[in-house]
Design a protein around this ligand. Structure first.
Ligand code: FMN
Length: 355
């Protein structure tokens, strides 16, 4: 095993990205220019996909972490128009927008992109994002959110493929509902849920899952990836596994580790406290209450701080762990993406290189 490892870009569409520190860098002001430059560079470097988050409320503090976030679908539509090959995923928070409207938004971006578009289904874990809009009915949603997401995705799939949809569900009712144009082909569906309900949802409905959290050793990822693939195989389906990784790379491992430590030293404790408060509401995140500050600084997402060769070797080990791909975030996309392409990519064995 261990084939070609797909590379994705976790776009800098939210302030601060994946590092909660009041420092520069992280330098991820979510501007159009930053996102465009990053995705154009990634496409030229051979990245296979880019994904932007959906976020409706951040965590405040001096860094204003995630307070500012470009809207995912409108951003990806614009990026579709300035790229040619890279696959683009927008994220939908299913509580916020009716599936019949989203079906057409997605079909539109599929048309703009020439068939390069997919959807990241976000059930929603941060109550405060939705409660502020009156879109959080009650806390039972923490338990049944993937049932809600499944109904939502069923409607999307049917609207994308059937002439007319009549649907009488627990959450949605549609009567002779039509949606044209249809996407050129079946849109790729990603879901990043990790809970039991989410894994079931992914095995039944999605094409790619994000696996791993807190612990991203290749052994651990191999075992969760296998469990996921087995679960899907039980339903005669195949699901690919991605993981999310923050990369801090430099000439030597010592320099990279010092950079990582500097973010931890300058972490934004106010924003971290709010991140943990929001996470603590979610019964699936009970373990977040006792997160080590160093882990919380990186939002509990795995990170690697190493030399260029060390990062390349780590990514090769992920390919050996049977991951389909890895989605990368960086402290400073404007400089780190070109450096990744120039210095790290050529060292990776799990990528095919031009002769
Ligand atoms: C790669 C990745 C992308 C995600 N994108 C979003 C997002 O755009 N918006 C959001 O609210 N949550 C996002 N999440 C959180 C997941 O949707 C999910 O809620 C989380 O992984 C916890 O899993 P659970 O919902 O099964 O408890 C993302 C997670 C990962 C790993």
């Amino acid at each position: 095993m261990g084939g070609h490892l797909q590379l994705g870009l976790f776009l800098p569409s939210t302030s601060g990205g994946m590092i909660i520190a009041d420092a520069t860098p992280p330098q991820n002001k979510p501007t159009w220019q930053l996102n465009k430059n990053a995705v154009v560079a990634a496409e030229a470097g051979g990245f296979e996909f880019a994904l932007s988050q959906v976020k409706w409320r951040g965590f405040g503090g001096p860094s204003g972490h995630w307070d500012s976030a470009l809207e995912s679908f409108t951003l990806m539509s614009a990026l579709a128009a300035v790229t040619d090959r890279i696959r683009l995923y927008a994220s939908v928070a299913v509580r916020t927008i009716h599936p019949a409207i989203l079906a057409k938004m997605a079909a539109t971006i599929d048309e703009v992109s020439g068939g390069r578009f997919g959807v990241n289904i976000v059930a929603g874990w941060n109550k405060f994002e939705y409660a502020q809009m009156g879109l959080w009915q009650d806390d039972n949603y923490f338990i049944d959110r993937y049932e809600y997401a499944a109904e939502y995705l069923t409607i999307l799939q049917r609207l994308w493929s059937e002439p007319s949809v009549t649907f009488d569900g627990k959450h949605f009712q549609l009567q002779d509902c039509v949606s044209l144009p249809k996407p050129a082909q079946r849109l790729s569906i990603v879901c990043a849920g990790q809970s039991e309900g989410a894994l079931d949802f992914v095995a039944r409905e999605a094409d790619y899952a994000f696996v791993g959290r807190l612990n991203d050793s290749p052994e651990q990822l191999r075992s969760v990836t296998k469990a996921l693939r087995d679960r899907a195989a039980g339903r005669d389906r195949a699901v690919g596994a991605y993981s999310l990784l923050t990369v801090i790379a430099d000439e030597t491992a010592d320099i990279a580790l010092a950079r990582k430590q500097s973010y931890i030293d300058r972490r934004d404790d106010v924003a971290i406290a709010e991140f943990l408060r929001a996470s603590g509401k979610d019964i699936n995140r009970a373990d977040y209450a006792k997160l080590d500050p160093a882990v919380a600084t990186f939002m509990s997402i795995p990170s690697i701080a190493s030399s260029y060769a060390g990062v390349a070797a780590h990514l090769d080990a992920l390919a050996e762990a049977d991951l389909s791909g890895v989605c990368l975030s960086f402290p400073d996309f404007s400089t780190d993406v070109p450096i990744f392409i120039e210095r790290i990519l050529p060292l990776m064995k799990s990528r095919s290189h031009p002769m």
